[in-house]
Design a protein around this ligand. Sequence first.
Ligand SMILES: *[C@@H]1O[C@H](CO)[C@@H](O)[C@H](O)[C@H]1NC(C)=O
Ligand SMILES: *[C@@H]1O[C@H](CO)[C@@H](O)[C@H](O)[C@H]1NC(C)=O
Ligand SMILES: *[C@@H]1O[C@H](CO)[C@@H](O)[C@H](O)[C@H]1NC(C)=O
Ligand SMILES: *[C@@H]1O[C@H](CO)[C@@H](O)[C@H](O)[C@H]1NC(C)=O
Length: 216
Amino acid sequence: MAEKNQNQYHPPESNGYHRNDQESLHAMEDDEAKRKKRMKWTIGIIAFVIFQVVQALFFVLVIMKFKSPKFRVGDFAVQTLTVGTQASPSFNMSFVAPVRVKNTNWGPFKYDASTINFTYGGVLVGEAVIPKGKANFKSTKKIDVNVALISTGLPSNINLNLGSELSSSVITLNSQGELKGKITVMFMFKKTKISQMNCTMTINTSTKVVQSLTCK
Ligand SMILES: *[C@@H]1O[C@H](CO)[C@@H](O)[C@H](O)[C@H]1NC(C)=O
Ligand SMILES: *[C@@H]1O[C@H](CO)[C@@H](O)[C@H](O)[C@H]1NC(C)=O
Ligand SMILES: *[C@@H]1O[C@H](CO)[C@@H](O)[C@H](O)[C@H]1NC(C)=O
Ligand SMILES: *[C@@H]1O[C@H](CO)[C@@H](O)[C@H](O)[C@H]1NC(C)=O
């Protein structure tokens, strides 16, 4: 009998089941919402990781790429010039050399004092002193230096060559130099770099200007 009585209470129980169905529907909706939320988080984390990797690659491939700054002499006009003859060749000249240090790095280049050698036919005819200094990041440092060149004591074969150059109103000079310094990126990553200068310039003795200039 008790069993039967229990069976008679089925309707309320089925009502209870109905309520449970609604609850499980809510639960399913909750699960779906949770799943979506998890998905959003996962996508967010993946995007963040990709962003970090791209940033790291950019940092390593662009920012941390230390390049030797360019060290060269620009065009100039000769201020004073006296030349000898083809038979007795010589020159004595002075000018302001526009020296340029082009730094393409993402950090400043601090260099030590240095000397530029001016040569004629491989023989030293004068020097220019470069004081120690700094080329800022992504910029060109301009240094104007006074230079006086004189052709005393050239070996006879080079003297002969100077004679023939003077007869066609040109003097071909060479400038060599080395700038040693440190590049600092992000205030802490440092690297020592050496910039080489090797420029060849042709001066027209009638116009007193640099007619051609090539730097390596
Ligand atoms: C070279 O030229 C400068 C300026 O014109 C002059 O003062 C100097 O005496 C000259 N030097 C020689 C050795 O002729
Ligand atoms: C410049 O000349 C000096 C003396 O001749 C030499 O010691 C130095 O190495 C030269 N510098 C360059 C960059 O050629
Ligand atoms: C400089 O360049 C010239 C050619 O323009 C070359 O003959 C010479 O060897 C170079 N010198 C240095 C020190 O690199
Ligand atoms: C020097 O410059 C003058 C004027 O520009 C020109 O006529 C002459 O040909 C030049 N000399 C040489 C050797 O190129």
